[in-house]
Design a protein around this ligand. Structure first.
Ligand code: SF4
Length: 278
């Protein structure tokens, strides 16, 4: 290892970072010989959203949740709907610092408006898991709920302390082949392990965006749904429709028929399957 270089072991990229260098996720960096969460508390988006928008269908339905995001992501999905923050570096976005305590305080102030707590979403929250952890601790003390919307692409050894603090998860399960995950810069195995661990502690819903020509085969859905059922048949699955976006403009939207067909396929294995964007 070069003098001053540090390795970030949070995710599959295991970035080697020179002093001052930021990793592939654009959020973590080597600062004076220590890998730190560079986007800690740097909030780019804040909204009181309906819980169904996360999407979470079976967790306090009808409620709202204070949703926050920062910048950066450790995957490279060409169709990202939030690329304006997820694919940007700190200097390319506008952010304000909100401490965990201040965010918790805001969430409490919104309780009269139907708020149940805080959701970490929009960009990838787990690359800044320290902020999620510290805010979730405050929320717990105040009796607020927490939810995380994530790609589930970080190692459990590094993030173990998070799981008991989070009430609900929406985890992307982008497909069910190693090749597809490799294309997106991720690892299917890591996501599977993450889903199993989250399910031991909290409420779990999964989202699969069906992209034409990538992950839209019935066989793949059968394998995916049967694996999910083996973990817990009550896990909720959202099967959602792709629309051309950002760097993926070479194909049209998924046919509604195909989304319904794949949802029906998943429904042979799972009790709760919903379609989205149809
Ligand atoms: S979390 Fe970021 S810095 Fe760390 S290994 Fe993953 S991409 Fe690299």
């Amino acid at each position: 290892m070069v003098m001053g270089e540090r390795i970030c072991n949070l995710c599959m990229h295991r970035c080697r970072l020179n002093d001052g260098q930021t990793g592939r996720c654009r959020a973590r960096k080597n600062a004076d010989g220590k890998v730190i969460c560079g986007n800690y508390g740097k909030i780019t988006s804040l909204a009181l959203d309906p819980i169904e928008k996360k999407p979470l269908r079976k967790f306090f339905p009808g409620s709202r949740i204070l949703s926050v995001g920062s910048y950066g992501c450790n995957l490279s999905c060409p169709f990202c709907q939030n690329h304006e923050i997820s694919m940007k570096r700190e200097e390319e976005v506008q952010s304000v610092y909100i401490s965990p305590q201040a965010l918790c305080e805001r969430a409490l102030q919104m309780v009269p408006y139907g708020n149940i707590g805080v959701a970490f979403t929009y960009n990838e929250p787990m690359i800044g898991y320290e902020y999620v952890r510290d805010t979730a601790r405050c929320c717990r003390e105040e009796g607020l709920k927490t939810a995380v919307v994530t790609n589930g692409s970080v190692f459990l050894e590094e993030t173990e302390e998070i799981f008991p603090l989070i009430d609900a998860w929406n985890i992307d399960l982008k497909g069910f082949t190693k090749q597809y995950y490799r294309k997106l810069g991720g690892s299917l195995e890591i996501v599977k392990e993450f889903i199993c661990r989250a399910n031991e502690y909290g409420h779990v819903e999964l989202t699969t965006l069906i992209v034409p020509g990538e992950n839209d085969k019935e066989e793949e859905m059968r394998a995916m749904a049967s694996w999910i059922a083996s973990v817990d048949p009550e896990i909720v699955l959202h099967v959602t429709r792709f629309f051309p976006n950002w760097n993926m403009q070479d194909r049209g939207p998924t046919s509604v028929e195909q989304v319904y067909h794949l949802a029906e396929t998943a429904g042979r294995y799972l009790e709760n399957v919903y379609t989205g964007n149809c």
